[in-house]
Structure formats: structure tokens, C-alpha cells
Write a protein that binds this ligand. Structure first.
Ligand code: HEM
Ligand code: HEM
Length: 481
């Protein structure tokens, strides 16, 4: 009874009952690919939890100290407080290394989750009206996530992160006219300056996570507002959603999945080392670590710079470093392309209708081919970003690898586009064959005149519906008449 009174008290003030009545029965379609959004959500939660824990021990300061902690090889070495506190977290704080590794692994999985989730929505066309704004929210999360990761792994001030910052500084310096000012402004002086760790720290723990958290809330609220899209199937229309209700089915599944994601991330963090900063040593401006790579998600930006010829031109007495300037212009363009794609597609196809049923990728050959070719470009640039590693592992000359990537950047996406489109068309023909002639049963029959044929069995109605529930291009329909 007292529970009821407490519930009444809150309901009178917060209106929880009517809110619950409205949303607790919200229907969630059942398809594995919806778990990708949840992986993003849960790894973000793990990042925030582990990140807040790290702030208790991390000192974002570049003041020099002499190390006397328990990692003996660096005993007596001068280093920044940031680096010393990262060593302390790793070796002297109980559970510190586990949480540091959990934070780093979660970051890697978070961005991988976002990219996969994005491409799943890309290939199935769920970005179409009315979800374009939510696509842009999601895209902004991805964009911020890339920089959040960069700022994060720059914090420990080890030799690897310092080499990454040198790259950032080089990119800023290549900006025409204001490059030097930008670099001075960011670093608070000549590279490496004394301020960068503290500045990145504010951005990393406050500004960017704040914006991201707000965007995640808006993103998920918009999913509730628009309702989920669903794949075509019997009983599924543009106006309904078929699935299980939020309470109790979805809540139980989602709750369980959260702990699964958290558990798997913790397991990886416990058994797989990541970013062992003690091996790299503290950052010193006169040293560069070999095999320096950014985290995988920014590898494509590194690739762009590594494969670019070192072109320079001089205009009105000023040198333009095209070898760096062109990559830093192409880098955001590559991302912007995918961000604005929904608007470009709507404009080119002239399709401005609402869509709540998803496409099967094969039924949109051009879009699918564009997506596949974008991914291939990303991957080939990633290989370019690790040209030194590829060269040493495969015993090749680094110039050979660089030239292969240079040619590949143009050739591979084009080839992938053509091949993917052909595969989609082929798969469409196979679907058509299945619908018209049924499924092969493996039963061979001999006819009275001696001929052997395979018996085909008509598909059941549900499958026929699923395979035919898509629009066919106007040209094809007219052609068949
Ligand atoms: C922090 C990152 C993100 C989180 C936590 C997140 C979470 C979610 C969740 C839970 C859903 C509902 C179910 C599902 O489809 O998985 C969803 C839907 C959606 N997300 Fe994300 N997402 C993130 C990033 C992105 C990105 C990078 C994009 C694309 C650029 C994107 C585009 C979409 C779209 C278009 C939908 C609506 C799909 C529908 O109604 O079927 N999201 N997101
Ligand atoms: C949302 C996405 C986030 C990403 C992608 C991310 C990524 C990273 C990465 C890659 C590192 C380097 C870890 C290492 O030392 O190996 C890092 C460090 C750190 N992050 Fe985050 N982080 C995120 C959110 C947060 C939040 C919300 C907080 C705190 C409120 C936080 C606090 C920290 C701190 C204090 C460090 C330095 C400690 C250390 O490097 O050991 N992070 N982050």
C-alpha cells in the first residue's frame, strides 16, 4: 500500500503513469541489426562510466616531474604530470589498468559500432523521409566520436600520442594564411607548448561528451517519435510496426544485452593489452616513435597524408604545402559525402515520400554500390595509413605499398562500384527466378520420354510476399508490358 502511495505521489508531480501507459507498450521490431544501435549506446555508457573513473586519477598537466613510481625502467625519468599519472593509473591504482584498457577498448568498439550501424541504415535506406534529421544527428555523433577519440589518446602525453599531435600540428600549419596562428592558438606557443593536454582535457571530458550525450538523447527520442522502420514481410505495412512491446519483452532483452556488451568489453580489457604507454616512454619533441599509427578509425586520414606526393607551390611569397593541404580538405569531404547522402539521393531520385519499410540492399543496386565503394575507399586509405607496417610485415618496399595505395584509391572504389551493382542485379534476377519458378527441391524426376528434370516447389506465400514487396524501376515495368 505504501508503494502505491509513493507511486501516486510521484505520478501527481511527474505524470509518470500516463507517460508509461503511452510508451511502455511501444513496439520494437525484432531484427538482429537493431542491436548495432544498442552496441553504440552501451559502449557510450561504458565510456562515460570508465571515463569519469579515470578523471579521479588523471592529472591533465604538462608540468615536468621526475618519475618514482613502481614501473622501474622509467625510474628517475623526467616526464609530464599527465604521463606520470597515466603510469600511476596503470601500475599503482588498484584496477587502474583494467579501467584504462576498458576505456580504450570501448572507444574502439564504439566507433566501429557507429560505422556499422550507419552503414546498416545506409544500405537499407532508413535515412529517407522522415528520418533525415536523425541521420544527421547520428552522423554528427560519428564525427564528434572521431575527434573525441583523438583528444582522448592524446591525453597521456606519451611518445605515440605526441607523434599524433605533431601530425595535428602539421595539418594546422598547412592551412593557408592562418595556419601559424591556429597552431599557436591551439598549443599556446611553439609546438609542443604547455597547454595542449589541459585544453584537450576540457574538450574530452566536458564539451564533446556533453554535446554527444544531448545528441544521443535526441537521436533515441526521434527513433521513438518516428517509430522504428522494419523489413517488409507479411502484415508489415508503411503504417504499422510489428514486433514485441517495450515492456516486458524488449526491456528484458535490452537490459541483458547491456550487460553482455559491458561484460565482453571488460573481458577484452582484461586479456588484451591496448596502448601500453610505458613502452613508448614520455613525449619528447626531439623523438619520434616508429610504427606510429593513430587508432584505427582515424587511420584513413593518416593514409590520405601518407600517399600524397609532397607537392608544394609558392604564391606571392607564401608556400602552400599541397601535400598536406589536399588531404586535410579531402578528409572531411569523405565524411560529409556520407552525411549529406540522404539529401542528394532524394534530389536525384525525386523521391520525397515517407518510407517506413526498409529496402533490401539488392533492390537498390546504385545506392548499395555507392556504399560498398565508400567502404572500400575507407579501407584502402586505412591500409595507406599503415604503409610502413604493411611493408615490413609483407617484406615489401614502402614505395611499392604507397604506389599500390595511390592507384588503389582510384581503381578499387570504381571496381567495387561496378562489381557490387552487378551482384545486386544478379541477386534480383535470382529472386525473380525463385518467385516465378519456385525453390529447387533436389528431387530429380525422369519423364516418360527419358528426360531428367528437377522438381521445383512454389515458395510459401509469406516468402513470396517478402521477395516481391519492393518497388521496381519504372523502366523495367514499362519494358515488361
Ligand atoms: C552514439 C552513437 C549512436 C547511438 C547510441 C545510436 C543509437 C540508435 C538506436 C538505439 C537506434 C534504434 C534502433 C537501431 O536501429 O539500432 C538508432 C536508430 C537510428 N540511427 Fe543511430 N545511433 C548512433 C549513431 C548513429 C549514426 C552514426 C548514424 C548514421 C549516420 C545513425 C543513424 C540512425 C538512423 C537513421 C536511425 C533510425 C532507424 C530506424 O528508425 O530504423 N545513428 N540509433
Ligand atoms: C564518448 C567517447 C569517448 C571516447 C571515444 C574516449 C576515448 C579515449 C581514449 C582513446 C583515451 C586514451 C586511453 C588510454 O590511455 O589508452 C581516453 C583517455 C581518457 N578519457 Fe576518454 N573517451 C570518451 C569519453 C570520455 C569521458 C565521457 C570521460 C570523462 C568524463 C573521459 C575521460 C578520459 C580520461 C580522464 C582519459 C585519460 C586517462 C588515460 O589515458 O589513462 N573519456 N579516452
Amino acid at each position: 500500500m505504501s508503494g502505491e502511495r509513493i507511486a501516486d505521489w510521484f505520478d501527481g508531480r511527474l505524470g509518470i503513469h500516463s507517460l508509461g501507459r503511452r510508451y511502455l507498450r511501444k513496439v520494437f521490431p525484432d531484427h538482429w541489426s537493431f542491436l548495432l544501435g544498442e552496441i553504440c549506446l552501451y559502449s557510450f555508457v561504458v565510456l562515460v562510466l570508465s571515463g569519469v573513473w579515470l578523471t579521479l586519477f588523471f592529472h591533465p598537466s604538462m608540468n615536468e616531474v621526475t618519475y618514482h613510481g613502481s614501473y622501474v625502467p622509467l625510474n628517475g625519468v623526467r616526464m609530464s604530470e599527465a604521463y606520470a599519472s597515466t603510469l600511476e593509473i596503470s601500475f599503482d591504482v588498484r584496477g587502474g589498468l583494467l579501467i584504462r584498457q576498458l576505456h580504450h577498448w570501448s572507444a574502439l568498439v564504439f566507433v566501429a559500432g557507429m560505422l556499422t550501424h550507419m552503414m546498416r541504415h545506409f544500405f537499407t535506406g532508413s535515412f529517407r523521409k522522415p528520418r533525415e534529421v536523425n541521420w544527421v544527428f547520428g552522423w554528427t555523433l560519428l564525427f564528434l566520436g572521431l575527434f573525441e577519440g583523438l583528444f582522448g589518446y592524446s591525453l597521456p602525453d606519451d611518445l605515440l600520442s605526441g607523434t599524433g599531435l605533431r601530425f595535428v600540428n602539421g595539418a594546422l600549419l598547412a592551412v593557408p594564411v592562418v595556419g601559424t596562428y591556429l597552431s599557436m592558438f591551439l598549443l599556446g606557443g611553439e609546438f609542443p607548448g604547455n597547454d595542449i593536454v589541459a585544453r584537450f582535457y576540457s574538450l574530452h571530458i566536458l564539451v564533446i561528451p556533453g554535446i554527444m550525450a544531448a545528441l544521443v538523447v535526441a537521436h533515441v527520442l526521434l527513433v521513438v517519435y518516428h517509430k522504428h522502420t522494419q523489413f517488409a514481410g507479411p502484415g508489415r505495412t508503411e503504417r504499422n510496426v510489428v514486433g514485441a512491446p517495450f515492456m516486458p519483452v524488449y526491456l528484458a532483452k535490452a537490459g541483458g544485452f547491456f550487460f553482455l556488451v559491458f561484460g565482453v568489453l571488460t573481458l577484452i580489457a582484461a586479456v588484451a593489452s591496448i596502448n601500453p604507454v610505458w613502452q613508448y616512454g614520455p613525449f619528447r619533441a626531439d623523438q619520434v616513435s616508429t610504427g606510429a599509427q593513430p587508432d584505427w578509425y582515424l587511420g584513413f586520414a593518416e593514409g590520405l597524408v601518407r600517399i600524397m606526393p609532397g607537392w608544394e607551390i609558392t604564391l606571392w611569397g607564401h608556400t602552400l604545402i599541397l601535400g598536406v593541404l589536399i588531404p586535410i580538405v579531402v578528409f572531411p569531404l569523405l565524411l560529409v559525402f556520407i552525411g549529406v547522402y540522404p539529401f542528394v539521393e532524394a534530389r536525384i531520385t525525386g523521391d520525397r515520400r515517407e518510407h517506413h519499410l526498409l529496402d533490401r540492399p539488392r533492390n537498390r543496386p546504385v545506392r548499395t554500390a555507392i556504399g560498398a565503394s565508400w567502404i572500400s575507399l575507407y579501407l584502402i586509405l586505412l591500409a595507406g595509413g599503415g604503409n610502413d607496417i604493411v611493408a615490413t610485415r609483407l617484406h615489401l618496399s614502402i614505395n611499392t605499398v604507397t604506389w599500390v595505395v595511390r592507384i588503389g584509391v582510384f581503381a578499387v572504389p570504381a571496381a567495387v562500384f561496378v562489381i557490387t551493382r552487378r551482384i545486386c542485379l544478379g541477386l534480383q534476377l535470382r529472386d525473380r527466378d525463385l518467385v516465378l519458378h519456385g525453390r529447387e527441391t533436389g528431387v530429380i524426376k525422369r519423364l516418360p520420354h527419358g528426360e531428367y528434370i528437377e522438381v521445383h516447389e512454389p515458395l510459401d506465400q509469406a516468402r513470396r510476399h517478402t521477395l516481391t514487396a519492393h518497388e521496381r524501376p519504372k523502366e523495367l515495368v514499362e519494358h515488361e508490358r
